[in-house]
Design a protein around this ligand. Structure first.
Ligand code: PMP
Length: 380
């Protein structure tokens, strides 16, 4: 069986109850939520409502109707960038951002939005002093990746959020990597917006993301259409979640996500995080002692993602050989985050990224290290 170590891309396997919940929603519930008065439709609506409540609890979102379901973190981020920024606006992004932020912004730059990059250390930590200076220019938005998908670097989010709030600048937190692993308090931190993937640390199936928008921020929706509410009105409803959720939702995906969040709430996020961080710390330490291996360690680690390179070998070749000879799945290259690799000094080849998940065990780390060691020594 393949040893899957690419949980930063998407977690696998999911807890068994996630598969069951997807099946249940498709086979037993069936109907579309919010669009009928009959019992099946009411059951579907209840499922959605309970998923919103779980997400609100896990992410510290003050009211469950402020939990918005999207397709993924990419859609959540696009919605905010395109619905909030106008020509002439200035936006600050960190030097560790993913292409989910960089690419939509590149388009907006062509439409007159000015983007500045907040420098980070060569280990990926935001430079708070430089940030303070750029923030004083009063941008319309700050975007920050909570934990890097390349090396797991954790950002000082509560400090950044407080600095933003003091100057009345909304902060969009990209929690694609951190949600379900790191504590997030959207309301207490007074975040402007929060974007999450449902299929990574939140343990849901692909196809669902989460977005939170602070109620005082008037972000335009990306899409308008049927919401099952106020159908007599040609105008899109102004209230949440309907304002941002047009069209038939992905009920099986949302049901699966709710089951994933249940697993986290039952197991305890702290337990999951400590487990993943212990695996990563062990791996990092062992890799650092391997001749010819360079590890891209963060100052403070937020997730289990460990990135490294091997002298004289392209990361893609290391990944290929690990897969072919040892049946190990790791991610190689730029991980959709060329900006982060430039910051860490691993551009353009990128790195080999090992990302253990909640179900990875210490024996997996031993097997990985033995395999890598054999692979490197076979070549010498
Ligand atoms: N931001 C970060 C930091 C990510 O790691 C990812 C996924 N690799 C995304 C955004 C986009 O998430 P999704 O693919 O679920 O849209």
């Amino acid at each position: 069986m393949t040893l899957y170590l690419d949980n930063a891309a998407t977690t696998y396997p999911k807890p068994p109850q996630v598969y069951e919940a997807v099946q249940y929603a498709m086979r037993e519930v069936g109907a579309s939520p919010g669009r009928g008065a009959y019992r099946m439709a009411r059951d579907a609506s209840e499922l959605m409502a309970s998923a919103r409540e779980k997400a609100a609890r896990l992410l510290g979102i003050p009211h469950s109707d402020q939990v918005l379901f999207t397709r993924n973190a990419t859609e959540s981020i696009n919605l905010v960038l395109k619905g909030w920024l106008r020509p002439g606006d200035r936006v600050l992004i960190s030097a560790m951002e993913h292409n989910a932020v960089v690419r939509p912004l590149e388009r907006l730059k062509g439409m007159g939005v000015q983007a500045d990059i907040i420098p980070c250390s060569s280990k990926g930590r935001l430079d708070l002093e430089a940030f303070g200076k750029l923030l004083a220019l009063l941008p319309r938005l700050v975007v920050l990746t909570h934990a890097s998908n390349v090396n797991g670097a954790l950002q000082p989010v509560s400090q950044v959020a407080a600095m933003c709030h003091d100057l009345g600048v909304p902060l969009l937190l990209d929690a694609a990597q951190s949600a379900g692993v790191q504590p997030i308090r959207a309301g207490d931190w007074k975040l402007g917006m929060l974007a999450c993937s449902g299929h990574k640390g939140l343990l849901g199936p692909p196809g669902v993301g989460i977005l939170y928008i602070r109620p005082d921020l008037d972000v335009a929706p990306l899409m308008e259409g049927g919401t099952g509410s106020r159908s007599e009105d040609f105008l899109q409803p102004e209230y949440c979640p309907d304002r941002y959720e047009s069209g038939t939702p992905n009920l099986p995906g949302i049901a699966g996500l709710a089951a994933g969040m249940d697993f986290i709430l039952d197991t305890g996020m702290d337990t999951i995080r400590e487990h993943e961080l212990a695996l990563a710390a062990f791996l990092e330490n062992e890799l650092e002692h391997m001749a010819g291996v360079k590890v891209y360690s963060p100052e403070e680690r937020g997730t289990g993602s460990v990135s490294f390179t091997v002298e004289g070998l392209n990361p893609a070749d290391v990944g290929y050989l690990l897969d072919e000879a040892y049946d190990i799945a790791v991610r190689t290259g730029l991980h959709c985050a060329p900006l982060a690799h430039r910051t860490l000094g691993s551009f353009p080849e990128g790195t080999v990224r090992v990302s253990p998940g909640y179900s990875t065990v210490m024996e997996d780390m031993h097997y990985f290290l033995q395999s890598l060691w054999s692979l490197l020594n076979r070549r010498r």
